[in-house]
Design a protein around this ligand. Sequence first.
Ligand SMILES: *[C@@H]1O[C@H](CO)[C@@H](O)[C@H](O)[C@H]1NC(C)=O
Ligand SMILES: *[C@@H]1O[C@H](CO)[C@@H](O)[C@H](O)[C@H]1NC(C)=O
Length: 237
Amino acid sequence: MLFATAICLLLTTSASSSSLQWHWLNNPNIKPVSPLAHPITIHVPPDTDIWRPSLSKHNFTAPYLYTVIPAAHFQSVQVTVTAPWKTLYDQGGLVVAFPDRHSPNRTRFIKAGIEFNDGAPALGVVATDVLSDWSLSPIVTTEQQTKEGDAKATILVERDGTDAWVYVLENGGRTRRALRQVTWAFNEDDAQGLAREMQVGIYGAKPTEEAGEEHAREEGIDVSFSGFALRTGLRRG
Ligand SMILES: *[C@@H]1O[C@H](CO)[C@@H](O)[C@H](O)[C@H]1NC(C)=O
Ligand SMILES: *[C@@H]1O[C@H](CO)[C@@H](O)[C@H](O)[C@H]1NC(C)=O
């Protein structure tokens, strides 16, 4: 009976995106809204990050707008992100997370988007199974810019069997370039097994405070998102 009820809820969730509940993590006093319906700008304060270089330095302090779905239903999520990136590690994009209720420092996550490094915005992906690792790829097409010259990218995280693949969409979405293959995402061989639920959403982070007289240290960054799309559904086989 319990089982039947659970299945019923799952079907409802995947059938209609309007039934998804949205939540903010680390954004007190801001009402959550669905990014599916309209563009969203997240005001990101400094000294925020999502990053785990050791179990005792688990850091999930960035504003994160997310919904929860059954992990078995996840197919893909994509978003276009831009911001006036200017300071080391300014970043924003997608986060998919597999929370560990018993031990928050063991929450697994993938974050993918734009991150400012070596004086320029780049495509950054962090995959965190036990601890975080990070990779950067260049932004190569000039179309990936706003009128103001800010770097912009459309990022896709897609399930392929037990993997999650991270792509950047280019040429107006006609082509995609692989940034990362994450083999643990939906893999029951992973030490933590298959997650039952996952969080899917958008975030921005600003690990570095502004320096210099013309900036206040508490100055943040506004990270803007459009075209958020989440595909879910029951998987065959
Ligand atoms: C998270 O990272 C930011 C940026 O490095 C830092 O300022 C902040 O103190 C960290 N918070 C925690 C809880 O680790
Ligand atoms: C988990 O991480 C926090 C920092 O975010 C730290 O204060 C705490 O000691 C960590 N707990 C464990 C069990 O490592």
